[in-house]
Design a binder for this molecule. Structure first.
Ligand code: DAH
Length: 379
């Protein structure tokens, strides 16, 4: 039979510890909790284990006292835990200086070339032109052949063009037949539209955005009105006026009855929208294999207003784009009937336009990503 006196003594001893708990530190608190309330060998657990050996009267009395004590202990332990947690929190906050200035954020901005591209695209958008894009790695057929470049055109020289090391899987005969292009007779059109002919030549980084004209005409029926912003690549040394990678915007309109008047009206409207209503434009005859007739368009120099300055080399004019009526052979190469459809195309360099607008004299500044330069355009 268990000794009730001994159990009562243990109960009293545990109760005596109650008052010390609110002063224990975290470590001592944990130890006391295990010692008094531990489920395996805690003092109260020991008492509970021995209850069954008592007489029923004693069992009830001691059992109920033990339960009350257990609840009191749990409450005091919980209160001490909460107090210690709160103390730790305010301790951590002590090193916090709320008066310190916040870390400033770097404010990003749109790159000046991107800004010019978006503005130009949006002016043409207002005229009903949609945006189109195409791949930067092309085959010779898209970049030159379909655009009516003769097979020995100097632009195709290794010195001018960045060729890619992709094996040419065409047979000798295929290579001879479709050396580069320049295939113009309508009866040969099927050959040109053959996927293997188009996609199995020498590969290169496109030297202009004009190949996307071909891709658009091959995939969509007229009426077509698109502007095509993108990057073009040439084997140029990076100097004040040349970049081996540069931005271009191509334009193309193909429909029934499009004439040179539409070309002039569209591009003049664009120039006045972009450079200001007083801008004067002039067209000079030019040559491109993919347009006939071809022209270059100049606008009054944005730096001097037409009086002549170093930026325009004293001419008062700034050349901003090449343009022309889409060559009938190009239409044929894309499966379009030149008797039914005509069109105009143009290509311009937004990098050059940005330089003129912001008075930048070295093209490298646009592509070096120097934050001190670019931050001037974050507004
Ligand atoms: N592709 C020409 C170049 O890179 C620019 C150009 C000229 C594009 C006349 C055209 C065009 O669409 O009609 O120099």
């Amino acid at each position: 039979m268990a000794d009730s006196t001994e159990l009562r003594q243990t109960l009293a001893a545990v109760r005596a510890e109650l008052t010390a708990i609110p002063r224990l530190d975290a470590k001592a608190l944990e130890a006391a909790e295990v010692r008094l309330l531990g489920r395996k060998q805690g003092a109260l657990t020991e008492i509970m284990k021995r209850l069954p050996g008592l007489e029923s009267e004693e069992k009830r009395a001691i059992g109920s006292e033990a339960n009350t004590l257990k609840q009191e202990l749990e409450a005091v332990f919980a209160a001490r835990h909460a107090a210690l947690d709160a103390e730790a929190l305010s301790e951590g906050a002590r090193g916090l200086d709320l008066t310190m200035p916040g870390r400033s954020r770097v404010r990003g901005g749109v790159h000046p070339v991107t800004r010019v591209v978006e503005e130009i695209v949006s002016i043409f958008h207002g005229l009903g032109f949609a945006r189109a894009t195409g791949p930067e790695a092309e085959t010779e057929w898209y970049n030159f052949g379909a655009l009516n470049f003769p097979p020995d055109h100097p632009a195709m020289d290794m010195h001018d063009t960045l060729y890619l090391d992709v094996p040419d899987r065409r047979t000798k005969e295929e290579r001879r037949r479709n050396r580069t292009s320049g295939i113009s007779a309508p009866h040969e059109r099927r050959d040109l539209l053959d996927r293997r002919d188009r996609e199995e030549g020498r590969w290169l980084m496109r030297t202009h955005t004009s190949p996307v004209q071909i891709r658009v005409m091959l995939t969509e029926p007229p009426p077509l009105r698109v502007v095509i912003p993108g990057w073009a690549y040439r084997k140029d040394t990076f100097d004040a006026s040349h970049a081996p990678v540069f931005a271009q915007i191509e334009g193309l309109a193909v429909d029934e009855g499009i004439s040179f008047v539409d070309l002039k009206a569209t591009l003049s409207h664009f120039a006045r929208e972009f450079f200001g209503s007083k801008t004067v434009v002039r067209f000079r005859p030019s040559f491109f294999p993919f347009t006939e007739p071809s022209a270059e368009m100049d606008v009054t120099c944005g730096v001097c207003g037409g009086t002549g300055c170093p930026a325009c080399k004293g001419t008062g004019w700034m050349e901003i784009l090449g343009a022309g009526m889409v060559h009938p052979t190009v239409l044929v190469n894309c499966g379009l009937d030149p008797e039914r459809y005509t069109g105009f195309a143009f290509g311009m360099g937004p990098g050059r336009i940005a330089m003129n607008r912001y008075g930048i004299t070295d093209i490298r500044l646009l592509y070096e990503s120097d934050m001190r330069f670019l931050q001037q355009f974050t507004g």
